[in-house]
Design a binder for this molecule. Structure first.
Ligand SMILES: C[S@@+](CC[C@H](N)C(=O)[O-])C[C@H]1O[C@@H](n2cnc3c(N)ncnc32)[C@H](O)[C@@H]1O
Length: 294
């Protein structure tokens, strides 16, 4: 009885998550191509952590199978597909929201990426057999699960022996001034922030705790690296718009023009300490976790 009600509660929470991202999917599709060059730059940290060359040796040069979870509209699935490139190999991209999967499929065709297929999937209940992949990747996704530890166990289950899971996760909000500004400004003007939107991007912010969660899911050889790049963007560019739309687009669509103007003015003001020589230089901070299935 208790188990049944817990499972019903979990299903309700997952349905809410799905609805939230469903309403944001048009924003993700809208910004994806413009953000692709920046995405490709940070994705290389995941590709390095996956050690594709080492895995190819382990598999005696058989083509590698990569599963990307919570792919949104293509990151880092496209980067893995390109990295596998000539060596053969295939990426299965997936997301819980069918509209994200549709956006991803359309972009794969536009980009002429052919070694990729797309399957809508909840990463807490993967529709794949045990030991079917060499790499499981997930960029900025696992923290949004109802039960992230279940998702880690599922990743472990579908990996082949010797395979690697790689996760890119946000460092705490205090190390991510763009998100801190967004949370404060939207809170002040629209009364909405990460917490009230039901989003917790920072749940894997502390590497030690995240590494313990991977160990509890059965992984070995666990490592974490921290990265803190800062772009250089002319101060006239409202560079917060993509992230703000992709996380709060559903709320912003209902805001008045006056509120939207006030949001941009407050974002500029809050982030102005990061202006140097006419350019914003605001760091973002994330961790790459990697772990092996023995
Ligand atoms: C912040 S976006 C990241 C998208 C992409 N990986 C990227 O970095 O551009 C989070 C994604 O997680 C997906 N998601 C949330 N919960 C999920 C779950 N339980 N299973 C699979 N995908 C999920 C959402 O639909 C959304 O596309």
């Amino acid at each position: 009885m208790v188990k049944a009600s817990r499972s019903k509660k979990r299903d309700t929470m997952t349905a809410q998550t799905q609805t939230t991202w469903h309403h944001l999917s048009s924003d993700w599709i809208n910004w994806a191509d413009r953000l692709a060059p920046a995405a490709e730059k940070i994705n290389r940290h995941m590709i390095e952590a996956a050690d594709l060359e080492g895995l190819a040796r382990l598999r005696a040069a058989a083509p590698l199978d990569v599963l990307d979870l919570a792919s949104g509209v293509g990151e880092p699935a496209f980067s893995f597909a390109r990295a596998l490139g000539d060596a053969g190999g295939h990426v299965t991209a997936s997301d819980i929201v069918p509209e994200m999967c549709d956006g991803l499929s359309a972009r794969a065709v536009e980009e002429s990426i052919t070694n990729i297929s797309v399957i809508p999937a909840d990463m807490e209940k993967l529709p794949f057999s045990d030991q079917s992949f060499d790499v499981v990747s997930c960029r900025f996704g696992v923290m949004f699960c109802t039960d992230p530890d279940q998702a880690l166990c599922e990743a472990h289950r579908v990996l082949r022996s010797g395979g690697r899971a790689v996760y890119m996760v946000w460092a705490p909000m205090v190390d991510n001034p763009l998100f801190a500004a967004m949370d404060a400004v939207l809170g002040n003007i629209l009364g909405v922030g990460f917490e009230s939107a039901g989003l917790d991007p920072f749940a894997f912010g502390h590497p030690d705790k995240s590494m313990m969660r991977l160990e509890d899911a059965g992984f070995t050889d666990i490592a974490a690296t921290t990265h803190s790049p800062a772009g250089r963007i002319p101060e006239k560019v409202a560079f917060w718009k993509p992230q703000m739309d992709m996380l709060f687009g559903n709320v912003l669509r209902t805001a008045s023009d006056m509120d939207r103007g006030a949001i941009d003015a407050a974002m500029f003001e809050t982030l102005s300490p990061y202006i140097e020589n006419g350019h914003f230089q605001v760091p973002i901070c994330f961790h790459v976790l990697s772990a092996k299935r023995a």
